[in-house]
Design a protein around this ligand. Structure first.
Ligand code: GDP
Length: 296
């Protein structure tokens, strides 16, 4: 069993109690542990670098004469820095727009996009009393449209009836119109995924965005894919533009480093996390919980 980062930092620094202030040299070994923990948590290297640099700036000069041990003080510095980088407060889905508010879901195939669409539909309808319509824009895999229909039935959220032969943009337009005519508060568009990032996927997502004018564009990414999730987020942010991120499979073994990297690289908030296969396994993103998970 490995010691947690908190324990390792205390182990390195607490022996310096009473010496005066932490020097550059004193914090070096501690920073090595911080770096190691972040890399173990799958945080992208440039993010690891800038993170340890800001911790270094704050840790050098920390008084070792206080009642609180130096290790504890540095643990707090690391924790606060993580929370700040992760975005301090939970950011909910923004529904502050004229009805129907359009939410567009993007991401790779297998990331959990369709499941998350159902989870969000259920949450908005059940907890926030919104009338929700979901539509699958995945015309390449007929099974995808059927999958969303089944999920809709399961969570008792309406889905747009499928009309064969329509393009994703046509379906999006029909969904928004059905949302308007049917008195829906929210329309969720589940776009097609791919097995990897490609230009066609990005172009299609950009077309849909232009015509459906979504208020939220949520990128669904698998937290266990680490570095790939970061590249994906960069790509989507540059070519389509996203308003938030949903990290799935946070119930897995990952330590949540992807959250830190994605937030830091795109500047966009992680809004929700998926914590299981069940339809109610969706939670608000709490930065301090992820910070605790990384600190161990
Ligand atoms: P899509 O291709 O992106 O639409 O992916 P799906 O929604 O079909 O999900 C792929 C698989 O991941 C399904 O078996 C889901 O049940 C599962 N899944 C989705 N989100 C989560 C999650 O947060 N945790 C876990 N453990 N499984 C998830």
């Amino acid at each position: 069993m490995f010691d947690s980062l908190s324990d390792r930092l205390s182990g390195i620094l607490d022996g310096l109690t009473g010496r005066g202030a932490l020097s550059e040299q004193d914090v070096q070994a501690a920073l090595r542990e911080v770096r190691r923990a972040l890399i173990e948590a799958d945080v992208a290297l440039p993010v690891v670098r800038s993170f340890t640099e800001s911790v270094r700036e704050k840790a050098v000069g920390v008084s070792t004469l206080k009642a609180i041990k130096p290790g504890q003080q540095v643990v707090k510095i690391v924790h606060d820095e993580l929370v700040e980088m992760l975005g301090s407060d939970a950011e909910p889905i923004d529904l502050n727009a004229a009805a129907p508010v359009v939410i567009m879901m993007v991401g790779l195939q297998g990331s959990g996009k369709t499941t998350t669409t159902g989870k969000i539909g259920l949450r908005l309808q059940k907890r926030q009393n919104q009338k929700v319509l979901m539509a699958s824009l995945d015309t390449r895999r007929p099974a995808a449209q059927e999958q969303l229909r089944q999920i809709g039935e399961q969570v008792d959220v309406a889905t747009l009836p499928v009309i064969a032969g329509q393009t994703p943009v046509q379906i999006a337009e029909r969904a928004v119109q059905a949302g308007r005519l049917g008195g829906y508060d929210v329309v969720i568009l589940d776009t097609a995924g791919r097995t990897s990032i490609d230009a066609e996927l990005m172009a299609e997502a950009a077309d849909i965005k232009r015509s459906a004018n979504p208020h939220e564009v949520l990128l669904v990414a698998d937290s266990l894919t680490g570095q790939d999730a970061v590249t994906l987020a960069e790509n989507f942010e540059e070519t389509v533009g996203v308003t938030g991120i949903v990290l799935t499979r946070m119930d897995g073994d990952g330590r949540g480093g992807a959250a830190l990297s994605m937030r830091s690289v795109t500047g966009k908030p992680v809004k929700l996390i998926g914590t299981g296969e069940k339809m109610d396994a969706l939670e608000d993103f709490h930065p301090s919980r992820i910070a605790d998970r990384i600190l161990g």
